[in-house]
Design a protein around this ligand. Structure first.
Ligand code: DX5
Ligand code: ZN
Length: 225
């Protein structure tokens, strides 16, 4: 079985000790840094933006997975790329000309992702699925860390997996919101390739061990943990 990736969400980190938090992820078994950008328009919260991402890039030894929860993301794609984004994900609900926006992400040299809010059906991806490197299925309503996982997400992951398989597309499936050891196995069994985890990593007593445990889910070592 293909091994899944873990993308700790820096939103839940201690920003007073950001350097240490980044180094912890660098030295852990995590695969990517998940960076949540919120504009107070597309979602009812404001997080952080370009200057923080630029600083994280200087320390990070793993790819930056930038999740844009913003209106008009097409205006900022090249800037986020210059700040160090390796994957840029925009929301389906924020893009009137989604096909064009996906091409623009690719032109920057970044991998292109599209995120779906909990109410947005997977079928809306039908005409772009072959163009995507990543599909991000939100398992909470975007805007805040620490929310409860919405179980209907499992059906959406299965539907996305089915679409990708049938169409022989290359996109990986990332799932974001409310993920921890209590549900990671179900999410992976449904077809997820990348697990985002904020609170369950950074609020854990031992974040590095929490990452390791998530990474081990589905293996014999995971069963012993
Ligand atoms: C929510 C963000 C998530 C969030 C996940 O809007 O997109 O990436 O940081 O945090 P947890 O894992 O705490 O739900
Ligand atoms: Zn996110």
């Amino acid at each position: 079985m293909k091994k899944h990736l873990i993308a700790p969400s820096v939103l839940a980190a201690n920003f007073l000790e950001l350097g240490q938090e980044i180094n912890m992820v660098n030295e852990s078994s995590a695969d990517w840094f998940h960076l949540d950008v919120m504009d107070g328009q597309f979602v009812p919260n404001i997080s952080y933006g370009m200057p923080i991402i630029k600083h994280i890039k200087r320390l990070a030894k793993k790819p930056l997975d930038v999740h844009l929860m913003i209106e008009s993301p097409e205006k900022y794609l090249s800037t986020f790329r210059e700040c160090g984004a390796d994957v840029i994900t925009v929301h389906m609900e924020a893009c009137t000309h989604l096909h064009r926006t996906i091409q623009q992400i690719k032109e920057t040299g970044a991998k292109a992702g599209v995120a779906l809010n909990p109410h947005t059906p997977v079928s809306t991806l039908e005409n772009v699925i072959e163009d995507l490197d990543l599909v991000l299925i939100m398992s909470v309503n975007p805007g805040f860390g620490g929310q409860k996982f919405i179980y209907n997400t499992l059906n959406k992951i299965r539907a996305a997996k089915e679409m990708i398989t049938v169409r022989n597309a290359k996109a990986v499936i990332e799932v974001d919101g409310g993920i921890g050891l209590q549900n990671a196995e179900k999410v992976l069994q449904a077809g997820a390739d990348v697990l985002v985890a904020g609170s369950s990593v950074f609020k854990a007593e031992n974040p590095s061990k929490a990452i390791e445990a998530l990474k081990a889910v589905g293996t014999d070592i995971g069963k012993l943990a």
